[in-house]
Design a protein around this ligand. Sequence first.
Ligand code: AMP
Ligand code: ZN
Length: 114
Amino acid sequence: MDSCLFCRIAAGEIPVTKVHEDDDLLAFRDINPQAPMHVLVIPKVHIATVNDLTPAHEALVGAMVRCAAQVAKDHGFDASGYRTVFNCNAAAGQTVFHIHLHVLGGRTLRWPPG
Ligand code: AMP
Ligand code: ZN
């Protein structure tokens, strides 16, 4: 999708600080980090929101979650803890309509979130 920011990032058209890349996924540092570690894990295919997931996406979403866990482990936060978040649509604050899994760690994260 030409107009989608994260499709353009996945295509290499916009520079990001990558922390992982494979055939299906890209993980990169958030431009406006909300914690010492704030990484976004995206699929390379365009999926607008979590509402648009189908059974065909199950392996892809599983890979996203496992990628997030590996990113957290690589930063040394696997034992101490970290948070993974999918925001969906306006009330949750989704601003980029290409699904992305936030991976946050390195500080104490309050619950419930704001
Ligand atoms: P959300 O509000 O859940 O849609 O999250 C979108 C995230 O994308 C925000 O945390 C932004 O800071 C982040 N973001 C937007 N543009 C870029 C960019 N060019 N590179 C890295 N992260 C970005
Ligand atoms: Zn996209």
